[in-house]
Design a protein around this ligand. Structure first.
Ligand code: G1P
Length: 291
């Protein structure tokens, strides 16, 4: 039986150019979804899936993420002095969420290269990857669904959903054969397919459990789509060796990496948040009456 998945990698070195100018000085991972930055949702999902150590692969201008998962003694004692100890406790809990580690991806060489930067941190065990743009809403954490499949069948597991035909070129496309329940065996996959290259409308949406052999593959991989080292190409190379499963996960995925997806996420999460829900419903009702 393979080792338990205890570590996760969150690649967060991207420049967030689709959300400029907001992301000129703020990492896109720090943009708030209601009252928490989006990176916190990702870290919380990993923790809820049993992950103990998280490596965030960062880049220049991303240090606010490190500050965020640190203690803030001056702020906390001030809050306590002002009788706001619940807020102070909440800040402490956030910093204690997980053991978070950081490494710099020094050059923008793509997602595959960002994951390769984690090789020493991971060592020789299976690990999870959670992409920062993709926030999930699900009963069972999507990462936990993938880990369960890895535990049962071994190999690597990618989280997939079918996307619209006109959208698939923005993702990757998988050639799959049904296996059992919501699991499929992956024969091959291609990053950012042109229309004639689309094999199915199943695309990976931001969640992976990978075997450590991926590192050797990534190390020797030529640049792929966009001149970057693509994680998809690396996974394609291991389909025929240790095997790759696709899990049509149960849950909804939000893409916070573009302005429409970001707004959708904020509105949906605010509609479900105890504190903001009633207020937002009333506000939207009043607004839509004016349209
Ligand atoms: C990345 C991956 C792609 C995946 C997508 C959504 O693309 O390379 O395979 O389908 O995330 O998770 P990006 O959004 O960085 O272009």
């Amino acid at each position: 039986m393979s080792k338990r998945v205890k570590k996760a990698v969150i690649p967060a070195a991207g420049l967030g150019t689709r959300l400029l100018p907001a992301t000129k000085t703020i990492p896109k991972e720090m943009l708030p979804i209601v009252s928490k930055p989006s990176i916190q949702y990702i870290v919380e999902e990993a923790v809820a899936a049993g992950i103990e150590d998280i490596l965030i692969v960062t880049g220049r201008m991303k240090t606010s993420m490190e500050d965020y998962f640190d203690y803030t003694p001056a702020l906390e004692s001030r809050l306590r002095r002002e009788g706001k100890s619940e807020t102070a406790d909440m800040l402490r809990r956030t910093a204690d969420l997980a053991s978070v580690h950081y490494i710099r991806q020094k050059e923008p060489k793509g997602l595959g290269h960002a994951i390769w930067c984690a090789r020493r941190f991971i060592g020789n065990e299976p690990f999870a990857v959670l992409l920062g743009d993709d926030i999930m809403k699900s009963e069972v954490p999507v990462t936990a669904q993938l880990i369960a499949a890895e535990r049962e069948y071994g190999g690597s597991v990618v989280g997939v959903k079918q996307v619209a035909a006109e959208q698939i070129g923005k993702y990757c496309s998988l050639d799959v054969e049904p296996m059992t329940g919501n699991l499929m065996r992956v024969r091959s996959l291609i990053e950012k397919p042109r229309p004639e290259q689309v094999m199915s409308l199943y695309a990976i949406l931001g969640r992976y459990v990978l075997q450590p052999e991926i590192f050797d593959v990534l190390e020797n991989l030529p640049a792929g789509y966009g001149g970057e080292i693509q994680l998809t190409d690396g996974i394609n190379a291991i389909c025929g060796t240790s095997g790759v499963l696709a899990c049509d996960f149960k849950g909804r995925r939000y893409d916070t990496g573009n302005i429409y997806g970001y707004l959708e996420t904020v509105i949906d999460f605010a509609l479900e948040d105890e504190e903001t829900s009633d207020w937002l419903k009333a506000f939207l009702k009043q607004k839509t009456a004016q349209f």
